[in-house]
Design a protein around this ligand. Structure first.
Ligand SMILES: Nc1ncnc2c1ncn2[C@@H]1O[C@H](COP(=O)(O)OP(=O)(O)OP(=O)(O)O)[C@@H](O)[C@H]1O
Ligand SMILES: [Mg+2]
Length: 270
């Protein structure tokens, strides 16, 4: 697993500690990122040295709290040392009629980035490069344990993991796991204790073949040891208009319950 350089790590911590960003985020004219299903775009704020990706633009129904899900998962990942960019909630005051106001911003950590779909077909690379790619992916096995905890359903997606490339010399690179809209209790799927049913996270075959079971189990152990109190705090501080109180109660109960089920699930299924 590659961690961000120290300068970025302190910024990530600042975003982890915060809940809202009140910066005047505006669409970045230099935006090159194509919007996903939720609608979103690259933003910048005058005087702030970093860009972010703002989502969603599409209005979210009560059981599809995209912004809240993104923030909860990013906070968990930050505390556990998994590779997810930090997120802050952001009320989008300039939203047009019919657009979502309860948005979030996800920090764009690196000046250059590539979607992992570009490396899925290993046959286009010579054998030594194939080995290097598999080996690099295996270092992110722990993050797979996070996907199990949150019940990620959208990881078999060519755009939902990116390679961030820094500007230093030598270039710092890091895979970043994105897009946590379809996780947690989306669609109220975890109601009536249904959260206790763990399911295998769909991932591209290349990542599946590269997973290092020992590392996934280490990730599962880190998650099992994670403080229940911190889970409660991460969920409880989300405002009720972003995620209803009933939905928050389900998410907190589910995360606390699921964290102890992952090791056994990995042991039996990987
Ligand atoms: N923090 C970030 N850093 C760099 N690029 C990002 C970041 N967040 C999003 N992006 C880019 O924007 C794209 C769309 O973001 P994301 O996948 O979160 O939204 P989406 O697919 O619209 O979500 P949904 O699943 O809710 O429809 C990503 O594939 C990625 O290229
Ligand atoms: Mg996406």
């Amino acid at each position: 697993m590659s961690m961000p350089p120290p300068s970025l790590a302190s910024l990530c911590l600042e975003w982890r500690q915060g809940l809202f960003s009140d910066l005047p985020w505006e669409r970045d004219p230099a935006n090159t990122l194509a919007a996903g299903e939720a609608g979103g775009y690259q933003v910048k704020a005058t005087g702030y040295p970093h860009c972010a990706y703002l989502k969603p633009v599409r209005v979210c129904d009560e059981h599809n709290p995209r912004g809240a899900n993104e923030k909860i998962v990013a906070d968990l990942a930050q505390d556990l040392g998994f590779n997810v960019p930090p997120v802050l909630l952001h009320r989008r005051l300039n939203a047009l009629l019919g657009e979502e106001i309860r948005c979030c911003v996800s920090l764009i950590m690196y000046p250059e980035q590539y979607e992992w779909g570009m490396i899925w077909d290993l046959s286009i690379f010579p054998p030594p490069v194939q080995h290097l790619i598999r080996e690099s992916l295996s270092h992110y096995s722990k993050t797979f344990a996070l996907d199990l905890l949150i019940g990620q359903t959208d990881r078999n997606n060519a755009r939902n993991v990116i390679l961030g490339v820094g500007s230093g010399q030598p270039r710092h690179t890091e895979l970043l796991f994105l897009d946590h809209s379809y996780t947690l209790n989306y669609g109220n799927r975890w109601a009536n204790n249904a959260w206790s049913n763990l399911e295998m996270v769909p991932i591209p075959p290349l990542f599946r073949e590269s997973l290092d079971k020992t590392l996934v189990l280490e990730g599962a152990d880190d998650i099992a040891q994670f403080s229940e109190e911190t889970i409660q705090q991460i969920v409880a501080r989300i405002p009720s208009d972003y995620m209803s109180d009933a939905h928050k109660a389900t998410v907190a109960t589910a995360l606390v319950g699921r964290k102890n089920l992952i090791r056994d699930f990995v042991d039996r299924n990987l």
